[in-house]
Design a binder for this molecule. Structure first.
Ligand code: HEM
Length: 440
């Protein structure tokens, strides 16, 4: 890590750092971001032949970064904050004020420990996987009867059900909650009325969860001790106080929303199974030993979180560049996982790469990098991969289906991306001899 304090004297108006760093000649690159989407930072870096390029977005100075050295900076350096790093339209739908992602230092580590105790405990993760299996099997008879489903929507629904039961909030109005959470993820990258509507709906969701936390504390609702609702409702801050109920609601959503978001990866996994027939046949034969490698390659290859962002809270030096206080930094997650220097033939799906979230690799960063307990790295990687593995097994071993003609194209300037059709499956039937066929 090359980050330390100190900076050269500044000339008025131009931070010293930005004089030396390659600079995008355009006055503002916002239009390019909208049209290039996931490829925006990589295109810029390739054009300027550098992994660090200064530009402007919505007239704000920003340094665009990619690669493992930059990942070490955004996931490990002192003197950075996530506060003020995301547009408020994204923040209010994905994280919101008071959440763990908006904290730093000891307060962050203390709150993060709560998430690790919930998300990285193998027994709790297995309980969530069981809930998803149950919810999937419950939906199968309806899928058979309907004859045709949009997997992305169905996955969101059944993961909402599984996540709510697992977290101890099962009595929430399920279909409504599923739609609200789906919108939080789907509309985070949009601006204008679609985004405002999703923000209004999110405010309603938060209010219901806040009331629930208050009822738990008053003893009117008694969740099981192993649930996230119990852990969050009775979590104490470093000073011994309980979380403000609205912050507790935000953190509950910080579990439910990304669990539902895993449905997008499950959709991309189904797409990969459709295209990678050799792998599909291997899994259908019951040999699931390498389902984890397959899931990890889906995480690498599929467009999901395009970038992450931070702002410096004091002057820092990184790789010979001086960043002034208040410098906005954008790290290219998608571009880093598609960089041919790290992943040869990056556009080819190759589960043989044998990637793993446990490897702490700073180039394989679909959900962030670094020490999960001390940085903003996602605490949900174990959950994500385990849910994906189970979904692959359910798709291959517990059901038969066809993939009818449809538009499976993925537009890289829509964030978050998805197969355009949402992945339609038809002629669904339970495979004979499986648990699912016995339950129906
Ligand atoms: C659907 C797949 C997922 C993706 C693509 C994803 C992506 C990410 C990324 C990129 C970050 C880092 C943000 C930053 O740098 O500031 C993050 C943080 C976070 N994720 Fe995930 N995530 C996923 C699933 C999950 C799951 C399943 C959970 C929990 C159930 C979860 C909970 C969180 C939390 C609480 C944070 C904030 C951590 C902190 O600030 O210390 N995520 N996620």
């Amino acid at each position: 890590m090359t980050t330390d304090e100190g900076r050269r004297p500044e000339e008025p108006g131009t931070p010293a750092s930005l004089r030396e760093m390659p600079r995008d000649p355009r006055i503002d690159a916002s239009m390019a971001l909208m049209s290039e989407g996931y490829r925006f930072v990589s295109n810029l870096c390739d054009r300027m032949d550098s992994d660090a390029v200064a530009t402007r977005l919505r007239l704000r100075e920003v340094v665009c970064l990619r690669g493992s050295a930059a990942a070490r900076l955004l996931y490990g350096a002192e003197g950075l904050t996530r506060v003020g790093a995301m547009p408020s339209t994204v923040l209010h739908l994905l994280q919101d004020k008071g959440s763990v992602q908006q904290l730093e230092g000891p307060a962050h580590r203390h709150r993060k420990a709560l998430f690790l105790s919930i998300c990285m405990d193998p027994a709790r993760v297995e309980a969530l996987v069981s809930e998803m299996r149950l919810a999937w099997r419950e939906r199968l008879p309806a899928w058979e009867a309907e004859g045709r489903i949009v997997l992305q929507q169905e996955a969101a629904r059944l993961l909402t059900r599984a996540g709510c039961r697992w977290a101890g909030v099962a009595h929430q109005p399920e279909a409504q909650l599923a739609d609200e959470i789906f919108d939080m993820i789907d509309k985070a990258g949009s601006v204008g009325p679609r985004n405002w509507l999703a923000q209004m709906r999110r405010a309603g969701t938060e209010k219901r969860l806040r009331t629930l936390v208050e009822e738990v504390r008053a003893g009117e609702v008694v969740p099981e001790a192993a649930t996230a609702l119990h852990a969050i409702a009775f979590h104490r801050e470093e000073d011994g106080t309980l979380l403000d109920p609205s912050v507790a609601a935000v953190e509950l959503l910080n579990l439910l929303r990304p669990i539902v978001a895993v449905g997008r990866y499950i959709t991309f996994a189904a797409l990969a199974l459709h295209r990678e027939t050799t792998w599909r046949e291997l899994f259908r034969s019951g040999n699931l030993e390498l389902a984890g490698d397959f899931a990890e390659e889906v995480r690498r290859a599929s467009p999901f979180f395009p970038f992450t962002a931070a702002v410096t809270t004091r002057p820092i030096t990184w790789e010979g560049y001086d960043f002034p206080e208040g410098q906005w930094l954008l790290l290219d997650l998608y571009g880093t996982t598609h960089d041919p220097r790290h992943f040869p033939e990056p556009t080819r799906f190759r589960a043989e790469r044998m990637l793993s979230w446990t490897g702490q690799d700073e180039a394989f960063i679909p959900q962030g990098a670094g020490d999960v307990a001390r940085t903003h790295r996602c605490p949900g990687e174990m959950i994500t991969v385990e849910l994906m593995k189970e979904a692959i097994r359910l798709l291959c071993c517990e059901m038969d289906y066809e993939v009818p003609a449809q538009d499976l194209g993925v537009r890289l300037n829509r964030m978050p991306a998805q197969p355009r059709s949402g992945m339609i499956l038809s002629a669904i039937s339970r495979r004979a001899g499986t648990e699912a066929s016995r339950n129906g």
